[in-house]
Design a protein around this ligand. Structure first.
Ligand SMILES: Nc1ncnc2c1ncn2[C@@H]1O[C@H](COP(=O)(O)OP(=O)(O)O)[C@@H](O)[C@H]1O
Ligand SMILES: Nc1ccn([C@@H]2O[C@H](COP(=O)(O)O)[C@@H](O)[C@H]2O)c(=O)n1
Length: 211
């Protein structure tokens, strides 16, 4: 059997706990070969646009992402080739000049709001997870995070959430739950779900004769 990495997709709404879940899984394999790819790193480059134009972008629509590049990078990692992963700057709403060189690993965690929306990405995943957290909790988490870490103001988070994030979530993100193999309520605090996932990933690695 040809050796091929295991791909775990972690989807869910903004603030649902995707990154926390992905980090928890990652932590359990730190001794093994594991890497993380954030779909956010593949937001389309907007360096040619003015700041005023960038602020108007709908970042919760499938077309905001360069999924062709993401797909190309995943295919390389699946062939055990390294990639130059883009870096994203939330405050400037565009890609940074620098790249991160990512070396191939046996387990790939792909995390992002719309990773289950694109069939090409879904088809590469061995396990598809959807982190399901109530909208009121998600907006509270997002408010705190975006102001502390992503350079946004209270006003901009509220306006963006009501006019774009919420409607896009209902139209594009929530419906992808149907593609998930496992729905994880409450994200990173859900120890049972994390442990089950880690066990399942180990089983797949054994089946693929990677472990
Ligand atoms: N179960 C939890 N309880 C409290 N805070 C949490 C929990 N899960 C995540 N957070 C916090 O909420 C914010 C968003 O979580 P994160 O995992 O980044 O979500 P996502 O990647 O889905 O946007 C972060 O600041 C994180 O520390
Ligand atoms: N320039 C940007 C780019 C993205 N966003 C928001 O990020 C959210 C996705 O990231 P999570 O970690 O929350 O999953 C998404 O809802 C975008 O609205 C942004 O505000 N500005």
């Amino acid at each position: 059997m040809t050796k091929k990495p295991v791909v775990i997709g972690v989807a869910g709404g903004t603030g649902s706990g995707k990154t926390t879940v992905a980090n928890e899984i990652y932590r359990n394999f730190i001794d093994k070969s594991i890497l993380m790819i954030e779909q956010d790193a593949y937001y389309k480059d907007q360096s040619h646009k003015t700041m005023e134009e960038r602020v108007q972008t709908n970042y919760d629509h499938p077309l905001a992402f360069d999924n062709d590049l993401l797909l190309n990078h995943l295919e390389k990692l699946l062939a055990y080739e390294s990639i130059n992963k883009p870096q994203y700057d939330y405050a400037r709403h565009t890609r940074a000049e620098e790249f991160t060189i990512v070396e191939p690993k046996d387990v790939i965690i792909l995390e992002g709001i719309l990773i289950l929306e694109d069939k090409r990405l879904r088809d590469l995943m061995d396990i598809k997870l959807f982190v399901d957290t109530d909208a009121d909790i998600r907006i509270i988490r997002r408010l705190v995070r975006d102001i502390e870490e992503r350079g946004r103001t209270l006003d901009s988070v509220i306006t963006q959430y009501t006019s774009i994030v919420r409607p896009m979530h209902l139209q594009f993100i929530e419906p992808t739950k149907r593609y998930a193999d496992v729905i994880i309520p409450e994200g990173g605090q859900n120890r049972v779900a994390i442990d089950l996932m880690v066990t399942k990933i180990r089983t797949i690695l054994e089946e693929k004769e990677i472990l």
